[in-house]
Design a protein around this ligand. Structure first.
Ligand SMILES: [Zn+2]
Length: 75
């Protein structure tokens, strides 16, 4: 019986887990939530009549389909 060297690919080296403190993890989660809520508010509030950049509808038109997808009324 011959011995064949095992040349089959082994499992790739596992990724190194990110080790962080609990406070730092909460800071990242809280920051991400604030950014997401600000973006959600920005998409919802920009109506043209009350636009973030004055009476301009560029932002409204740019996020128009997103507004419909998120359930904001506009027409
Ligand atoms: Zn619309």
């Amino acid at each position: 019986m011959s011995t064949i060297p095992n040349t089959a690919p082994t499992a790739r080296a596992s990724a190194t887990p990110v080790v962080t403190s609990e406070a730092r993890a909460f800071a990242w989660i809280f920051g991400a939530a604030i950014v997401a809520l600000a973006l959600y508010y920005f998409i919802g509030v920009d109506q043209g009549a009350f636009s973030v950049f004055g009476s301009d509808t560029h932002i409204h038109e740019f996020v128009h389909d997103s507004r419909h997808f998120l359930g904001f009324p506009c027409h």
